[in-house]
Design a protein around this ligand. Structure first.
Ligand SMILES: NC(=O)c1ccc[n+]([C@@H]2O[C@H](COP(=O)([O-])OP(=O)(O)OC[C@H]3O[C@@H](n4cnc5c(N)ncnc54)[C@H](OP(=O)(O)O)[C@@H]3O)[C@@H](O)[C@H]2O)c1
Length: 280
């Protein structure tokens, strides 16, 4: 296990709990005390850590860190399988896989969709992409980490799912912090708003299914909601936020896109039709 941030420690802990022998390395020493107490071995360098390992897990901050650790491990990695659980862009995952192939190792990319507390339980969702044979060879070990789905041989596919889902997550989080700011400006405490905000995610499952089908079919009837109606709703929220002196940049971006759709004649269509405008 290369990288012992919160996620690397959780991954190593799950492997130890499943009785896999684990050797750990981290750039900054001293993060492995708990793992050593549970039977892990410590290595002084990436090359030393992977020397006896048929399967190498890598989980560091970002692509730059991942490349520097892989480079430091060097030729010792030849013939081994590396699962890179570092969050990165799809094209970086593809470039890493091409580079790995040239260096004689097999690289799978993994996107971890759930937080550290889930790791080692079925509640952890981990998407893996790349060489199906490498995944088949190590699938049983990876299942100690959580529920693992192989989503395709394109090495960038797991990262592409991750990017799309993080797009949803972060725009949702930004929506919520903005809603809290707007509520505060209107004299409503967060604790007063929260019970009603809790109800919103309950509306999402049918909408998620419905929008996904409409996006795939490229057919967006305005039978339940329309772009024109969304424009009116967004406009008054943006107006309220602006009148209270709040930053409205997120709302303005959503409103501008919706207005562009209305101007282009999509006002009567369903809100899912905005996908067509965004995707071009
Ligand atoms: N935490 C979560 O719930 C979660 C969930 C899903 C995905 N992830 C992903 O998992 C990855 C790791 O996340 P994390 O939560 O463990 O914490 P993190 O803060 O993103 O990463 C910390 C790890 O990266 C290492 N690192 C940073 N720069 C490095 C470099 N230049 N060279 C070598 N190592 C370097 C750190 O080593 P030092 O200790 O030496 O600084 C440490 O091991 C990230 O890509 C993150 O997006 C995390």
């Amino acid at each position: 296990m290369l990288g012992l941030g919160p996620m690397g420690r959780a991954l190593a802990g799950a492997l130890l709990a499943a009785d896999h022998p684990v050797t750990v390395w981290n750039r900054t020493p001293g993060r492995d005390a708990d793992l050593l107490a549970h039977g892990a071995r410590s290595a002084v360098s990436p090359a030393a850590a992977v020397a006896d390992a048929p399967l190498v897990l890598l989980c560091v901050r970002d692509q730059t860190a991942a490349r520097s650790v892989l480079d430091a491990a060097g030729q010792v990695l030849r013939g081994r399988t590396v699962v890179n659980a570092t969050s990165l862009a799809p094209d970086d995952a593809r470039a890493n896989a091409a580079d790995a192939e040239a260096r004689g190792l097999r690289l799978l990319d993994a996107a971890i969709l759930t937080p550290t507390a889930t790791i080692g339980t079925p509640g952890a969702t981990i998407l893996v992409s790349g060489d199906p044979e490498a995944h088949a060879a190590h699938g049983a070990t990876l299942r100690a980490l959580g529920t693992v789905h192989h989503v395709g041989s394109d090495p960038g596919r797991a990262a592409a799912f991750d990017a799309a889902l993080l797009d949803l997550f972060w725009t949702t989080v930004h929506g919520y912090v903005h809603a809290l700011a707007l509520a505060r400006a209107e004299g409503i405490r967060g604790a007063e708003l929260a019970p009603y905000a809790q109800g919103l995610p309950l509306l999402l499952p049918p909408l998620i299914e419905d929008f996904a089908r409409r996006a795939d079919d490229r057919h967006h009837p305005g039978d339940r909601s329309s772009v024109a109606s969304a424009e009116a709703g967004l406009a008054h929220v943006a107006h309220t936020a602006r009148s209270r002196g709040l930053d409205t940049s997120v709302l303005d971006a959503a409103l501008a896109l919706t207005r562009r759709a209305v101007t282009a004649g999509h006002g009567p269509e369903g809100v899912s039709s905005l996908v067509e405008l965004l995707a071009g």
